[in-house]
Design a protein around this ligand. Sequence first.
Ligand SMILES: NC(=O)c1ccc[n+]([C@@H]2O[C@H](COP(=O)([O-])OP(=O)(O)OC[C@H]3O[C@@H](n4cnc5c(N)ncnc54)[C@H](O)[C@@H]3O)[C@@H](O)[C@H]2O)c1
Ligand SMILES: O=C(O)[C@H](O)COP(=O)(O)O
Length: 322
Amino acid sequence: MTPWNLLALTPLPPEALRGLLAPLGDRVTLSFARDRAAMEAALPQAEIVLGDWSAGLAMDAAAVAAAPRLAFVQQPSVGVDGHDLAALSAAGVPLANTAGVSAVAVAEWCLGAALTLSRRLVAADAAVRAGGWPQLDLGPRELSGSHVGVVGYGPIGQECARLFGALGCRVSHWTRTPRGEGYAPLEEVVATADVLVVVIALSDETRGLVDPARMKKGALLVNAARGGVVDQRALAAALREGHLGGAALDVFDTEPLPPDDPLRDLTSVLLSPHVAGVTPQSTGRLVASVVGNLTAAVEEKKIENVVNDAPARIRRRDGSGK
Ligand SMILES: NC(=O)c1ccc[n+]([C@@H]2O[C@H](COP(=O)([O-])OP(=O)(O)OC[C@H]3O[C@@H](n4cnc5c(N)ncnc54)[C@H](O)[C@@H]3O)[C@@H](O)[C@H]2O)c1
Ligand SMILES: O=C(O)[C@H](O)COP(=O)(O)O
C-alpha cells in the first residue's frame, strides 16, 4: 500500500520522533517542518499532520486550504486552540487530541498552586532567605472549608473537583452543558468563589470569559487552561489594586511571557512556564495516545478523541481538495 505522507510540526528532534513512530513502520513517509515557511512548503503533499505544541504552528484556515491531500490532524495535546476546527470539518478532515492524558497532572498542579497561594509559601520562603522570620504577618489561610469554583468540567475540572473536595472544600463548577453535582451559573461561581480554578478550553466563545474584576474581594485565581480565557490586563489591574489576593498562572496570552509583562512585577502572582500537565506519567500516556491513534489511522481503523465535526476514519483525498 502507498505510504501516507506524515508531516510532523512538533519540536521533537527528528530521530526521537522516528523512534516513537517506529510502530507505524513503512506505512508512513515522514517529513518535518519547524517554521511557517517550511510548513507551507510541505503542506501540498501532507496527508497526515502531527501538530506542534500550543501557540506554535497550527492548521488555521490558510494552512487547511494549502493542504488539498490532508486526511487527518493529530494534536499532541489536549488544547486544540489555534487550529481552525470549522475549516477542517468543512474539508472532512478529523482533528484528534490527547483527551484526558494530563488530567491528574494538571489538577495536582492546581491544588498545589492554590495551597501555595493560600499558605503564602513563596513569600515565606523569600522572607526567610532574606534573613527574616515573619511568623505573624504572612496572612495564611486554610483551603479546607473554603469555596472553590471550577470553570470547565472536562477531565481536568472533574479531577480538580475530586481533589479539592477531598481536602474539605465546598466545590461548585460551571461548564457549557450543565452536568455533575455542584453545577452553578458562571456569574455565581465567579462572584462567590474564594479560589477560582480555570480549566476550560479556549475557543471564540470562551475568550475573555473570566473577568477578574467580577471575582470576590481577596479571592485567589488559578489558571491552567489558556491565557486567553482570563482577561490578562484586567487580572494585572485587579492584583495591583489589591482586589484579588493572588493568582497562580501556568498559561499566558503570549508565551513565553514577555520580559516587560507587568505580571512579572507583582509579588502576589505565582508564575509557571506552561508545565502543569507535564510529568513523566502524563508524557507516557500522551505518547501512547498519539502513536495509538496514528497507527489506527493508517490502518484505517476508528480514530479516537476526534474533536471536530468530521468522520473518525481517514480517507485518501485526490489532491484537488476533495
Ligand atoms: N496547562 C497545561 O499544561 C494544560 C494541560 C492540559 C490541558 N490544558 C488546558 O485545559 C483545558 C481543559 O482540558 P480538559 O482535559 O479538562 O477538557 P476539554 O478541553 O475537553 O474541555 C474542558 C471543558 O470545557 C468545556 N467547553 C469547551 N468549549 C466550551 C465553550 N465554548 N463554552 C463552555 N464550555 C466549553 C467542555 O465542555 C469541558 O467541560 C484544555 O482545553 C487545555 O487548554 C492545559
Ligand atoms: O493542552 C495541553 O495538553 C497542554 O496545555 C499542553 O499543550 P501544549 O503541548 O500544546 O503546550
